[in-house]
Design a protein around this ligand. Structure first.
Ligand code: HEC
Length: 272
């Protein structure tokens, strides 16, 4: 008969593993604490009219969002996928065509060459894309202390939890904690990765006078920008959702009909 004398695992190895884990934890804890000071907060969830299977945009908010973009954000950010004519498209801000023509004409656009081979400036028209504030990325960086203001067309899709993130980012600026090392020309914002962002706060109570008379509180402006930039990221959102419902109803009716015909075909067949 064999008797087992050795006990597994031996006592010394349990001890070694225990000590090693303790040391690792001790080394990890301060690193973790440092991470927490710069780790971005997750934005809280808000209700948006465009979420859910039947969601649509708030038309007035889209128009206010465009006004804000034009008067504030367009100084630094382009919206290169949006043409003036899109502002009159169904499912968007739906400005009248006359209004958009007038908006476009306020911009001067370079065109050409003419018959002498020269480029020339002309007033903007419906088919023109919204003008960029800078000639190229280098100029954009030079004007912003080395940081590039990204194109905003699809920023909502490019960030996790886009709408809630943008709202939190725009309204979340605060004073840095005493022990936070804020780099030169940076601003403390706990929702941005690393918690410091080169963009200064942009929204201040009353910074625009809304043409529809809505009070321009910081929260209101942030909500309007979320609506507008969600539309620029997905201009066909309403069309897509409007299409989904009839398709679902069609599938439901088809299922009922198929089930009924199945019952009918197998009616006289003994199942046992
Ligand atoms: C004076 C220039 C300036 C103006 C005006 C401005 N921004 Fe910015 N913005 C920047 C810069 C610079 C960055 C890049 C920040 C960085 O990388 O640290 C930026 C970054 C951003 C980002 C990207 C954040 C991310 O997650 O990467 C968003 C979104 C944004 N801005 C939205 C807006 C909106 C909306 C407005 C209008 C209310 C606006 N900005 C007005 C300069 C500006």
């Amino acid at each position: 008969m064999i008797t087992q004398t050795k006990r597994y695992p031996p006592r010394w190895s349990v001890l070694t593993i225990g000590v090693a884990m303790g040391l690792a934890l001790a080394a990890w804890a301060p690193v973790r604490a440092a991470d927490e000071a710069t780790e971005a907060l997750s934005p809280s969830a808000r209700d948006w009219s465009f979420s859910g299977p039947l969601g649509v945009f708030d038309r007035a908010a889209l128009q206010r969002g465009y006004q804000l973009y034009r008067e504030v954000c367009s100084a630094c950010h382009s919206l290169e996928f949006i043409a003036f004519r899109n502002l009159a498209d169904p499912g968007g801000p739906e400005f009248s065509e006359e209004a958009v023509k007038a908006l476009a004409a306020e911009h001067s656009v370079q065109d050409g060459p003419d018959e002498f081979g020269e480029m020339f400036d002309r007033p903007g028209r419906l088919s023109d894309y919204l003008p960029s504030p800078y000639l190229n990325n280098n100029e954009a960086r030079a004007a912003n202390g080395g940081s590039l203001p990204p194109d905003l067309s699809v920023i909502i899709k490019a960030r996790t939890n886009g709408p809630n993130y943008l709202y939190a980012l725009l309204t979340g600026y605060e004073d840095p904690p005493a022990d936070f090392e804020l780099a030169d020309m940076m601003n403390y914002n706990p929702y941005f990765s690393g918690r410091q962002i080169a963009m200064a706060p942009q929204l201040f109570e009353g910074i625009v006078e809304y043409s529809d008379g809505t009070e321009a509180s910081v929260a209101q402006m942030a909500k309007d920008l979320v609506q507008f930039l969600t539309w620029t990221a997905e201009p066909k959102l309403e069309e897509r959702k409007a299409l989904a419902m009839p398709v679902l109803i069609y599938m439901l009716i088809l299922t009922i009909l198929l089930y009924a015909s199945y019952k009918r075909i197998w009616r006289d067949v003994d199942h046992d």
